[in-house]
Design a protein around this ligand. Structure first.
Ligand code: AGP
Length: 615
């Protein structure tokens, strides 16, 4: 949930940056910092904890200048500490950077730079960026900040939002967006310009904004901005006039909260992973669950209780926990659990998954579990909610506020939480070989970038939605780890477009739903290049033989599937365990675009509530 603010102009940058960071406080952070160019030097102030600590430090030791960058950090790599807080400065003291995202290959880059004699002052992944900028400024870019940054970012794997400032060219900032690690908004003022990761940070200053797309960069002076692709092509981006009212401002460049939340997922997933993984030692830390190896080994069974989308998330989590931690998992509807006198004891952990933390049925299931002596864990998004308070241990989703009634980013974050839980249990129980754990941690680091790549194909989904929005019945099929995604895809469509949609495990199609298939029923099949690919192809063939219109969610590079399905939506190749998180995104986008095409109220669909507090 890191925040970025930058300023270049005539005024003193420091209070403008601190004020902007303050407006992003709601996102959460553990340290903050600001860098300003003053009297020929880059001056840096950083502190852990709240912005007030930084303010106190600045009051005692002020920095003043017309250009600067600031950041609120929520730790991914390295503990919350002053030396790990952003901005990070290069060894030569000439460049300074703030960054949102994860540098997936930071260890190899750090080794490479260390071999060249670079000394690192932090444990962060971010520091490699500024050291690379310094390397290329000295070698190849002739000191030019834009060119040095362009070269540096070409070495980074992952999704990033970056702002860099230079002592050699103290009249400009360079901002880069790669993938969806958060936005980069350029705020255009009169003789001054602003940069922010989130609109609210600079909305008091200006309403005129440019939003960088992925693989774009901007050089920002006080009186003009130059936007280019990373390949150096000059662009003339649209200047948006952002509305003042808080609701429109919060939606930013998006038409609906649901759309915004879908597009936020690379960032929300980064926030879910943040602080839970030690990337250097490739271990998982779940501080609010905190089980000793013995406590973890004593658990004989996990019962997941949840409703709706959270229930489907639990079905994916079952795959993770059973595979990685070798604990038996049952997944139950919160609304049914207390009506069947469940068998529980203190060797059972009941895991409640709830975005709101206030769903009455899930809370009732938790109470039932408590009464019967089970351990109580929860996965929640709403901090301080009942499900968090009454649990013995919890894992927060850290997805940020989810306003759209149809859950999207909380779904993917809750799946990531269960992935972390499975790795943590496997690690504590000793059921997960070290090499495998390291591989999974490595895979997790790639996830935000993979999510960004799915989102980059959103236009294809929108185009398909225009062909499909008038159909009235849909069948969604998936198998293995992606069968819950078929259920979730169908739920999304029915919730916001009011189209009848059924989700099924694909193997069940022939046991009933196949009777429904004809040319009026689109069949959406999740048919990835994974362990159940051949089975899914045969389901597609059966659907086609009955005249169904088949839309496949497939793996990039799979051309064969185009000979079987009528339409194909691709997701990148990825380890099988990550695919549910990727495959659900085109389904969220499809539901969204179909609902918009039908003129439905996307954010507040009829008859539904965000938090279901009645039975
Ligand atoms: C999701 O799109 C739905 N609005 C609904 O199914 C929701 O997931 C369910 O009510 C559970 O909510 P919770 O996660 O807040 O407990």
């Amino acid at each position: 949930m890191c925040g970025i603010v930058g300023y270049v102009g005539e005024k003193n940058a420091t209070p403008i940056i601190i004020d902007g960071l303050q407006r992003l406080e709601y996102r959460g952070y553990d340290s903050a910092g600001v860098a300003v160019f003053q009297e020929g030097e880059i001056r840096l102030r950083r502190d852990v904890g709240k912005l007030n600590n930084l303010r106190t430090r600045l009051a005692a030791d002020p920095i003043t200048g017309g250009i600067g960058i600031g950041h609120t950090r929520w730790a991914t790599h390295g503990v919350p500490a002053e030396h790990n807080a952003h901005p990070h400065i290069s060894m030569d003291g000439e460049f300074v950077v703030v960054h949102n995202g994860i540098v997936e290959n930071y260890l190899e880059l750090r080794d490479e730079l260390q071999a060249e004699g670079v000394e690192f002052k932090s444990e962060t992944d971010t520091e490699v960026i500024v050291q690379l900028v310094a390397r290329f400024a000295a070698n190849g870019a002739q000191g030019d900040l834009t060119e040095a940054t362009r070269k540096a970012v070409s070495y980074l794997r992952g999704a990033h939002a970056i702002v860099v400032m230079s002592k050699r060219q103290p009249d400009r900032l360079v901002a880069v967006r790669i993938g969806n690690a958060g936005g980069v908004a350029l705020g255009l003022g009169d003789g001054e310009n602003f940069i922010a990761s989130d609109i609210p940070a600079i909305l008091e200053q200006t309403r005129k904004m440019i939003f960088l797309e992925t693989r774009q960069m901007a050089t920002v002076w006080a009186d003009h901005v130059d936007v280019q692709t990373l390949d150096g092509k000059t662009l003339h981006p649209e200047i948006h006039d952002v509305a003042w009212d808080p609701v429109s401002a919060a939606k930013g460049e998006y038409k609906h909260f649901m759309q915004k939340e879908i597009f936020e997922q690379a960032r929300s997933i980064t926030d879910t992973i943040r602080g839970r993984v030690d990337f250097e030692h490739e271990t998982v830390i779940l501080g609010d669950l905190d089980l000793t190896p013995q406590q973890a080994q004593d658990i004989q069974r996990i019962v997941t209780v949840a409703c709706g989308t959270s229930y489907y998330s639990g079905l994916v989590g079952k795959f993770y926990i059973e595979n990685l931690a070798r604990v038996n998992v049952e997944v139950d509807y919160g609304s049914e659990y207390r009506y069947r006198n469940p068998i529980l004891n203190d060797k059972t952990a009941v895991l409640a998954i709830t975005q709101s933390g206030e769903t009455v049925d899930t809370l009732a299931a938790m109470e039932e579990a408590r009464d019967k002596g089970a351990q109580l864990w929860s996965i929640v998004n709403a901090i301080g909610s009942q499900a968090m308070r009454i649990a013995d241990g919890y894992i927060t989703m850290n997805a940020g506020p989810e306003i759209g009634v149809a859950s999207t980013k909380a779904f993917t974050s809750s799946i990531v939480d269960q992935y972390l839980l499975a790795l943590y249990l496997g690690q504590q129980r000793g059921t997960l070989p070290e090499a495998l754990r390291r591989q999974h941690v490595h895979d997790l680091a790639r996830l935000p970038d993979l999510v960004g790549r799915v989102l980059d194909r959103s236009a294809e989904v929108e185009a398909l939605a225009h062909k499909l929005y008038q159909y009235t019945d849909f069948l969604y099929l998936g198998r293995g780890i992606n069968y819950p995604i078929a259920l979730e895809g169908a739920l999304k469509l029915k919730e916001i477009s009011y189209i009848h949609a059924e989700g099924y495990p694909a193997g069940e199609m022939k046991h009933g739903p196949i009777a429904l298939i004809d040319e009026h029923m689109p069949v959406l099949a999740i048919a990835l290049k994974d362990s159940v690919y051949d089975k899914m192809i045969s389901q597609i063939e059966q659907a086609k033989a009955r005249g169904g219109i088949v839309i496949a969610i497939a793996t990039e590079g799979d051309t064969f599937i185009g000979t079987k399905a009528d339409h194909v939506l691709y997701i990148p190749q990825a380890p099988e365990m990550l695919t549910p998180i990727l495959a659900v995104i085109p389904l969220q986008l499809l539901a969204y675009s179909v609902a918009v095409a039908r003129g439905a109220d996307v954010d507040q669909p009829r008859n539904l509530a965000k938090s279901v507090t009645v039975e």
